[in-house]
Structure formats: structure tokens, C-alpha cells
Ligand binder design. Structure first.
Ligand code: AMP
Ligand code: MG
Length: 692
């Protein structure tokens, strides 16, 4: 069971709190799925890091996702150490031993004193050395050469093999890793307790739980960070991205090492697997950038940009066919078996070999009969007939069937009139589907009919995309929850229930993030939460360029926003941006505009992100039951429905008219240019169902 959905990598630190602004040599975490890494997260101290990873594991478990969590410090010590300290050979006993003794806070911890205490358990002085404090500590020498006596090996087998790896006994000095283990293992021990039974530790235990902990060492495979990147942030994001982009077989090969009590570094000895993996490019922060100097973007151009720049961000899992309805197929599915598997009869009747000419034919009848479900073993002699029932595999010696209604039976014989064509009333093996034929292509959303096709062709399991999680946030000081008491001047949040329902209809997983007031800090915190638990974020309101339009302001501040002034009505500018690696669609606040922009832009974009590929809405031309004069410049969408073969539109085009949305069953799409629509002229009507 090596299929993991989510990969989280942590670059650990043994030191104290590193302050508010992102720095090197602090703790950095990064989440990746299916070859795409999120923005690395700066964690200024271990307390924050522990809370962050705990929240993440909880959320992933709740979403049913398997997590591979990597930490860049050794999970075990050189042979014999654990036994001397704990009296047990189980390396996890040492984790718990340390957890019971290490005291940790943002400003100080007792790791050097604990190390000195550990040294006392051994002959002479050793094995730990290095003291980052001013005060001297008895039994903890500042220099490694000061040690003497009988203590475990300097390095584990892993460090012997990994060029440039430090010994675990060194607790201070550039590049030393000893303090990271002392300060990291207690955290892992607590997480194991917290998620009891759900965590397995590699390579000590089989990885048959929802969460696996592995030891990593980014320097093994990650090259120098590009300009502008903090090395640690770059390393965790690269390791996460690489591991999450591996084929399941490659990951299995990486994880396949002999269990040993010292622990091992993931990928050590198999570095090529980490370096050579082909990867999809991540969504870049400028993926919504518009060509310079563009004033108004036509709808077609906006859609083409989205299509080109977005790609699947969801992971992959294997599921049983019976659970696959509505899921997106991750890779082409092939028929395991032909349909039908054997030649069979399409009717109830009598079978024999070869066609028969015009005139009366009398054939001796076999006593056996061929019914569906069982293949007769004997052959039917040439010139004889046998009773066959619909769906029965044709016995040897039978290739033609005559309908029972056309036959009389008496005295062990049948009689019928020719002509009968050779092969009549039979189905050839594989005439529907051949074994090995592709029956569903990657990106297909599984329908109920597909379930029949999968079942018939012997497919029991298939690999599908994880559902796309779409967070929905409403913004505005004026909003109150529908059903609550509203003061004068307040309005009920109408967009959220609508958007959540639309997402569900599109086949994604809606994540209700609630409302947020027009306040930048509150909105930033909300976006942080949403980016942590969703693959894409939809906001409504505040997307324009006014004083209270904080969505666009914030995304612009994050340096990853484009305000798309799209030539569409209804719909003011659409704010598109990236928040911590997660795409954000800033929809207009007006419910009608929010609805139309979701159908026209967010729907195909979300399908692309979900791995279902791009799809254009399916409309058709219908005679207009209305008249309208339209100016050039903007594409227009009118709320519409078809009655008696004519398409009618809602009386008002006001974008606050929610009743018109509810009245409508689809949209009339009028092209960008000027147009005079007269009664009976053909216009393009897209039923709401055509947007799915
Ligand atoms: P905004 O884009 O924030 O300026 O909002 C435009 C209009 O849409 C204003 O009249 C808002 O009150 C209204 N509006 C914004 N969000 C919602 C919502 N969630 N439900 C209903 N109306 C909204
Ligand atoms: Mg607003």
C-alpha cells in the first residue's frame, strides 16, 4: 500500500525561535500533491511547526488522504545506543524516552543537559559533544576530540554511505544535525500518540496506515536554490514536489529497504529515482498575468489564457468501480476482457453450422441445450441443431441461429424455411469492445453507463483523481447569515449557498469557509485557512478596485494578482490571483454576475484543475422570443428559458435581480459585436445543464 496523496516535507531546526520574518535555518514546511508543490511555509519555532503539521495531518485524514511526511533528521542512532539508554532495541522506545525528558520552548530548551545525561550512561565521556551555550556543562565536551571511552559507532550505516552527512553526536556547529534529532524526535513521538494507530515509521514498521513518517535529507538530491529563494524553503518544496510526482512504482522502489533499527535516509543509494522523475510544471505565481497594455480582455481570450495556464492539481487514488460514479479518471482505462467475451446468440432459437438456402430444412435436434452462463463442452455434429437461449455462448459446431418463432419441433427434429444467412442472430466475440481497447480516457467523469461498461469488460478497480476541493468565501461588511436577524442596511449572504451548490453540481468538493468582513487582516487569515484546506478558492465581493475591495488589494500585495477587465456583461472585473500557491477566483459580489462568471470562467478552470480537462459549454441555436439591440464591445449573457420553441429572456437585466436567476433555466449568449435581435432570429441558448 504505497499510494500516497499528500506529501509534506519539513526542514527541521534544533535552535530557538527565529523571529517573524522568513529566514534560513528555521523550520520550513511544504505540501505537494501530484507533482505540484504549494508555497513553502515559514515556521518560526517548533511549537508552531508541531501545531502546523498536526492540523495538516488532521485535515488530510478527514479528507481521506494518505500522507507521507518527511523530516530531515535521523530517526535512529548508531547500533546499540537505544538499547543502552532504554533497555530496549525498539528505536521508537528512544523517541518516547526523549519525549518524557526534553523540555522545549521558543526561547530555551534543555537539549544540552539531556545530552550530558545521556553521556553519563556510557563509559568515559561520550558520545555527544558540542555545546552552543556560554555555560560549561559537565560531561558534555565542547570538542569531539575530548571524548574517550567505549561508545557506539561515530555514524550510522546511512551516514557512512551518504557523502557529507554529519554524525549525530555533534550538537553544535554549522551543518550539525544532532540537535535536530534531539528536538525533533519528541515531536514525532507526540504525533504518534496523537494519531495512535494511524502513523507508521519508515523503515521500522510496514507502511500500512494513513500516515507514514520518513527520514529525508534534501541535500541528497536537491541542487542549489535559484536566486531569491531561501535554501531551506527551496529544498523542502523540491523534495515534496519530486516525491509527489513519482509513479507509485518508483516510490515503492525508494521505500523498499531492509528494516533496520538505525533508520535510513529516503532515496539514499537510489538518488537517480529522485532526480530523474519527470514532473509537471507547478502553477506559477504569474499564471494569471495578462499581456501588458491590455485594457479590456475579450471573453474568448480570457478563456484561452485560463486553458493554457491551468493544469491538474489533484492527486490520484485507486478505487473500486462501484465507488467511481462522478469521479475523474486519472489514466486511460483498458478493457480487461472482451465484450462479449465469447460468440453468443442474440435470440432464443436453434443453432447449427452454416447458412441455409431457400426451401424447407429439417435437422436432427441434440438433446442438450445451450443457456446463458455455461459453455457446453461437447461439439454439435455437422448437420445437427441445438436449442439455444439468448446470451448463451455458441457451442462448438454452431455459428448460425434461427429464431424459435420460425421453427416447428417434432420427433427429435426441427423444421424451418430458408433462406438463413450464415452467422444470423449471433454476436461475435469482442464486437462491442475488444480486450485491451481503451474504454475510458483520462479526464472522463465516470457516468452510470460507464459503470456498466467497466463492469462488463472486467475492470474492478481504476485510478481516479482526488476530488478538487473548492473553498468558498463571501466578503462584505453588509452580509449576515441567511436565517439570522438582519439590521437595517444589512443583507443576507446569497452567494455562498449558491456557489457551494454550483461546485457540488460540477462534481467538486465544496468547502464552506463562511463570511469575512471588509478587513484586510481578517481576509488574509481567511485566505490562509482556505489555502491550507482547498485546491482552489472562490471569493465573492470586493473584487473591484474600490476602497473596500480588499480581495483584489490583498492579492495584488501578495504580488500574484491580475485584475482581469473582461468584456462581459454582467460581471465587473474578475480578480485572479495566487494565494500561497492556491489559485483564487475573485468573483463579483452581485449574485447574477457571480453566477455568470462562475459558469463562464470558474467552471472550465476548475475542470482543468480537477484533471477533467477543458470543456466548452454546449448550447444550441433557438429562435428568439424577444427583441434586443446590443452595442459592440462586450459579450452579454441574458437569463433565459425556452418555451414553445422560442427562447425568452427575463424582463430585467439588473444584476441584483436574483429572482431572474431562479426564473431562468439557462443563458442566452450574445456575441461581442453589435447586434439587433428581432423576434424569430436565431440566438445561442445554453441551458444550465450545458455548463456541466
Ligand atoms: P462588491 O463587489 O463587494 O462591491 O459587491 C457588489 C454588490 O453585491 C453589493 O451590492 C453587495 O452588497 C452585493 N453582494 C456582495 N456579496 C454578496 C453576497 N454574498 N450575497 C448577496 N449580495 C452580495
Ligand atoms: Mg463588498
Amino acid at each position: 500500500m504505497n499510494g500516497f496523496d499528500t506529501f509534506v516535507m519539513l526542514d527541521w531546526s534544533g535552535g530557538n525561535d527565529r523571529g517573524a520574518s522568513p529566514k534560513a535555518d528555521a523550520i520550513w514546511g511544504c505540501v505537494a500533491r501530484a507533482g505540484t508543490a504549494c508555497e513553502p511555509v515559514y515556521l518560526r519555532n517548533r511549537q508552531l511547526a508541531e501545531a502546523w503539521i498536526k492540523d495538516l495531518l488532521q485535515a488530510e485524514m478527514a479528507a481521506g488522504r494518505r500522507v507521507l511526511a518527511g523530516f530531515d533528521f535521523p530517526f535512529g542512532y548508531p547500533d546499540g545506543f537505544c538499547e543502552t539508554v532504554t533497555g530496549r532495541s525498539d528505536p521508537l522506545a528512544l523517541w518516547d524516552w526523549l519525549e518524557a525528558r526534553i523540555e522545549d520552548g521558543p526561547k530555551a530548551n534543555n537539549r544540552f543537559d539531556i545530552a550530558a545525561g545521556l553521556n553519563r550512561l556510557f563509559d568515559g565521556i561520550g558520545p555527544f559533544w558540542g555545546n552552543g551555550l556560554k555555560r560549561d556543562i559537565a560531561d558534555l565536551p565542547r570538542k569531539g576530540l575530548a571524548r574517550h571511552g567505549d561508545h557506539p559507532a561515530e555514524k550510522r550505516m546511512a551516514e557512512d554511505q551518504a557523502k557529507g552527512a554529519f554524525t549525530l553526536w555533534q550538537l553544535s556547529g554549522a551543518g550539525s544535525v544532532g540537535s535536530q534529532s534531539l528536538m525533533g524526535l519528541p515531536v514525532l513521538s507526540r504525533l504518534r500518540r496523537e494519531f495512535a494507530g494511524a502513523v507508521s515509521v519508515w523503515p521500522f514498521q510496514p507502511l500500512d496506515t494513513p500516515i507514514a513518517f520518513v527520514e529525508i535529507w534534501p541535500s541528497l538530491s536537491v541542487g542549489a536554490a535559484p536566486d531569491g529563494w531561501i535554501k531551506d524553503a527551496w529544498q523542502v518544496s523540491e523534495v515534496a514536489r519530486h516525491l509527489s510526482g513519482l509513479e507509485p512504482g518508483q516510490l515503492t522502489a525508494l521505500l523498499d529497504v531492509d528494516p533496520n533499527a538505525e533508520g535510513w535516509i529516503l532515496g539514499l543509494g537510489r538518488e537517480h529515482l529522485l532526480r530523474d522523475a519527470p514532473l509537471p510544471p507547478p502553477l506559477s505565481n504569474d499564471c494569471f498575468a495578462l499581456p501588458a497594455g491590455v485594457e479590456w480582455t475579450p471573453v474568448e481570450d480570457a478563456l484561452a489564457l485560463l486553458k493554457e495556464r491551468l493544469q491538474a492539481v489533484t492527486g490520484v487514488e485507486n478505487i473500486r468501480v462501484r465507488d467511481a460514479l462522478g469521479r475523474v479518471v486519472a489514466g486511460d482505462v483498458m478493457a480487461v476482457r472482451a465484450n462479449p467475451p465469447l460468440p453468443n446468440t442474440a435470440v432464443d432459437g436453434y443453432g447449427f453450422s452454416g447458412g441455409r438456402s431457400k426451401g424447407v430444412h429439417v435437422l436432427p435436434l441434440e438433446t442438450d441445450r445451450a443457456a446463458a452462463g455455461l459453455r457446453l463442452s461437447g461439439a454439435v455434429p455437422q448437420g445437427a441443431a441445438i436449442r439455444v437461449l439468448t446470451g448463451a455462448a455458441l457451442p462448438d459446431g454452431v455459428d448460425t441461429v434461427v429464431l424459435q418463432e420460425d421453427v416447428s419441433v417434432a420427433h427429435g427434429q426441427i423444421a424451418f424455411h430458408g433462406p438463413v444467412k450464415a452467422g444470423a442472430n449471433t454476436r461475435k466475440a469482442g464486437e462491442d469492445v475488444e480486450a485491451g481497447q481503451v474504454i475510458l480516457v483520462a479526464g472522463r467523469r465516470v457516468t452510470s453507463a460507464d459503470l456498466a461498461l467497466l463492469a462488463a469488460t472486467g475492470v474492478a478497480e481504476l485510478s481516479v483523481r482526488l476530488p478538487l476541493r473548492v473553498a468558498v468565501i463571501s466578503t462584505g461588511d453588509e452580509l449576515v447569515e441567511a436565517g439570522d436577524a438582519a439590521l437595517e442596511g444589512q443583507i443576507f449572504d446569497a452567494n455562498r449557498p449558491m456557489l457551494l451548490a454550483m461546485i457540488e453540481r460540477f462534481g467538486h468538493m465544496p468547502v464552506d469557509m463562511g463570511r469575512v468582513v471588509d478587513d484586510r487582516a481578517a481576509l488574509a487569515a481567511k485566505l490562509d485557512d482556505a489555502a491550507g484546506c482547498a485546491d482552489v478558492i472562490l471569493t465573492s465581493g470586493g473584487a473591484s478596485a474600490g476602497d473596500e475591495d480588499h480581495v483584489s488589494a490583498l492579492l495584488r500585495e501578495a504580488g500574484a494578482m491580475a485584475l482581469w477587465r473582461i468584456a462581459i456583461k454582467p460581471g465587473r472585473p474578475l480578480a485572479l490571483g495566487m494565494w500561497q500557491g492556491t489559485p483564487v477566483f475573485g468573483l463579483p459580489g452581485n449574485p447574477v454576475a457571480a453566477n455568470v462568471c462562475t459558469l463562464v470562467f470558474a467552471r472550465p478552470a476548475m475542470a482543468q484543475l480537477a484533471g477533467a480537462g477543458w470543456s466548452d459549454p454546449q448550447g444550441f441555436m433557438v429562435p428568439a422570443g424577444f427583441e434586443k439591440r446590443k452595442k459592440a464591445g462586450r459579450r452579454e449573457y441574458l437569463r433565459a428559458r425556452v418555451r414553445d420553441g422560442l427562447v425568452e429572456v427575463f424582463a430585467s437585466e439588473g444584476s441584483g435581480r436574483i429572482s431572474g436567476l431562479s426564473w431562468a433555466e439557462g443563458l442566452v449568449e450574445l456575441p461581442d459585436g453589435a447586434l439587433d435581435v428581432g423576434r424569430g432570429d436565431l440566438v445561442r441558448y445554453i441551458p444550465f445543464g450545458g455548463f456541466e
